[in-house]
Ligand binder design. Structure first.
Ligand SMILES: *Cc1c(COP(=O)(O)O)cnc(C)c1O
Length: 362
């Protein structure tokens, strides 16, 4: 007799390591580890969440119809081709289950979001990483890694943790270089933060092409990470596939009502964006002033390169002892880097003061 054995690939998975939210022995921590919005969710989303607590015995709307209508209206998408999930993670995972399996290859960029290889292995497929240029996805490198077995290409745009992005013409070149039977998934988790003219979140690509899906999240600028809410905008046939595979009640009722309230409160997201537009450049410049390499970012976080693994790790530990939580990047093949999210004004100043102290520059 042998014990139950998981399918091939499962035990090759390096489990995802999330950011910390507490430090032993430190009462007030500064959390800059998970790219959450420092301004929190819309007060209207909190009110909707609280009001929903009266109806916990009722199943949610399994089609999330009102939520999809609200999303469609705000983002200019056809609501019938939106599929919601428990975080965009779930949507990414369902896409993987639907289109890849043993023997298939799933392509991503070397320093791309770490969940892609995890989900690829989870379905028995082989994750294939394409090299980057200056910590940016490289279209030629991605296309050169395509084989007969390639089924999916995942691109976070902008990418976490590098903060870089592909402009629309490069994105088009990537899509046009792929066979029609390969699905391009554009993960636009940070789209709301990008203020560049040559950027597209990807709605237009989905409307134009049968092999492109865009995924979005409520975990970042909308401030609802705890509720787990994300969505995909798909060609009709792909939406149909995802709706067959997903759980019938995969998006809980609280997430649906809070999501609608959050999406309607444009004042709140405008405030979050304004905050980021001030403090992202401030943080980038301040880190540069400390002699560190802060990679230019269009998201709500900065990747800081120390050039040496021990220096990155020492800085991380020093900050942690001060109650400032950043993120180590070993799992992204960037062990000499830390990723730091944009926080509140006093948090940004506490971070740079602490780093200055650590580096002996204060
Ligand atoms: C944070 C993030 C997400 C969001 O995941 P959720 O499951 O929606 O919380 C998706 N993709 C990238 C690249 C991210 O950084």
């Amino acid at each position: 007799m042998t014990t139950p054995t998981p399918r091939p690939g499962v035990l090759d998975i390096e489990p995802y390591v999330g950011g910390l939210h507490s430090v032993d022995g430190v009462e007030r921590v500064i959390v800059l580890a998970s790219n959450e919005t420092p301004l929190g969710p819309s007060p209207k989303a909190i009110a909707a969440y609280e009001a929903d607590s009266r109806k916990l015995h009722r199943y949610p709307d399994g089609h999330a119809s009102d939520l999809r209508a609200a999303i469609g209206q705000r983002f200019g998408c056809d609501a019938t081709r939106i599929v919601c999930g428990a975080g965009s993670d779930e949507v990414l995972q369902i896409l993987m289950r639907a289109y890849a399996g043993p023997g298939d290859e799933v392509l991503y960029s070397r320093h791309g979001f770490s969940i892609y290889p995890i989900f690829a292995r989870g379905v028995g497929a082989t994750p294939v990483a394409a090299p980057e240029k200056v910590l940016t996805a490289d279209v030629d490198a991605l296309l050169s890694k395509v084989t007969d077995r390639t089924r999916l290409v995942f691109l976070a745009n902008p990418n976490n943790p590098t903060g870089s992005y592909l402009p629309v013409d490069e994105l088009q070149r990537l899509r046009d270089g792929l066979r029609d039977d390969i699905l391009l998934v554009i993960d636009s988790a940070y789209a709301e933060y990008v203020t560049r003219n040559d950027y597209t979140a990807g709605n237009d690509f989905v409307d134009r092409h049968d092999n492109v899906v865009m995924t979005r999240t409520f975990s970042k600028i909308f401030g609802l990470a705890a509720l787990r809410l994300g969505w995909a905008y798909c060609p009709g046939e792909i939406a149909d596939v995802l709706n067959r595979l997903r759980g019938p009640f995969n998006v809980n009722a609280a997430a649906q009502v809070a999501g609608i309230a959050a999406i309607e409160d444009t004042q709140h997201t405008d405030a979050s964006l304004q905050h980021n537009d001030i403090w992202l450049p401030w943080l980038t410049t301040a880190l540069g002033g400390l002699g560190l390499t802060a990679h230019p970012s269009v998201g709500n976080f900065v990747l800081v390169q120390f050039g040496d693994i021990a220096q990155a790790s020492d800085a991380y530990q020093f900050l942690l002892r001060k109650g400032i939580i950043t993120r180590m990047m070993g799992s992204y093949d960037l062990p000499d880097c830390l990723r730091i999210s944009v926080g509140l004004e006093d948090e940004m100043k506490a971070l740079t003061d602490a780093l200055a102290e650590h580096l002996g520059r204060s």
